[in-house]
Design a protein around this ligand. Structure first.
Ligand SMILES: [Zn+2]
Length: 172
C-alpha cells in the first residue's frame, strides 16, 4: 500500500468514527425528546391527536412535508420556508434564532462531504491543487444541496421536542 492510500484510508476512518459518534448523540437526543413528549401531559399546548411514528416523521422530512399532518409543504422555494402548514395550520418556526440548527446541519454535511472527497482524492494520489479545489467545491455544493432538507429535518426536530404548536381549528 502506498503512503497516499494509507493516508486516504486514515482520513476516511477518522471521519466515519466521528460521524457515527455524532449520529449516535443526535439519535439519543431525539430519542430523549421523543420520550419526554409522551410524558408531557400537563402542557397546555394543543397536540395532534395521533403522533406519527419515527419512520413516518423521517419520511415526511425527506419529502419536506409538515411533520404533523404530512400534507402541507415546509418550503415554498429552494431557500424559502412557509410560515405555517397549509394542511393543518401549524406554525413551523416562531423565531429567527431557529436558523442556527439547520445552519449547523448544513455545516456538518458540507464538512463531512468535503472530508470524504478529500480522503478519496488523497487515496488516488491527486495533486495538492486538485485536493484544494475539489474539496472546496464539494463543501460549497454540499452545503447548498442539503439546505432544504436541513430545514425540514429541523422542523421535524422542533415538532418532536414539542416546539411546534398545532393551530386551533378556526371552525370551532
Ligand atoms: Zn400540517
Amino acid at each position: 500500500m502506498t503512503t497516499d492510500q494509507t493516508l486516504g484510508i486514515t482520513i476516511f476512518c477518522t471521519i466515519t468514527v466521528v460521524g457515527v459518534l455524532t449520529l449516535l448523540s443526535v439519535y439519543l437526543m431525539i430519542g430523549m425528546a421523543a420520550q419526554d413528549y409522551g410524558n408531557r401531559h400537563e402542557r397546555p399546548k394543543a397536540r395532534p391527536v395521533e403522533r406519527p411514528s419515527a419512520g413516518v416523521l423521517f419520511w415526511r422530512a425527506l419529502r419536506r412535508k409538515c411533520p404533523i399532518c404530512g400534507r402541507g409543504d415546509v418550503l415554498r422555494g429552494y431557500f424559502h420556508m412557509n410560515q405555517s402548514c397549509s394542511g393543518c395550520g401549524a406554525v413551523f418556526w416562531k423565531n429567527e434564532g431557529e436558523w442556527t440548527g439547520p445552519m449547523l446541519i448544513d455545516f456538518i454535511f458540507a464538512l463531512g462531504a468535503s472530508l470524504y472527497a478529500w480522503a478519496a482524492l488523497v487515496y488516488f494520489s491527486y495533486s495538492v491543487a486538485a485536493q484544494l479545489w475539489l474539496t472546496g467545491a464539494i463543501a460549497a455544493f454540499g452545503g447548498i444541496a442539503i439546505m432544504p432538507w436541513s430545514r425540514s429535518l429541523w422542523t421535524m426536530f422542533l415538532f418532536v421536542t414539542g416546539e411546534i404548536e398545532v393551530a386551533p381549528d378556526p371552525t370551532k
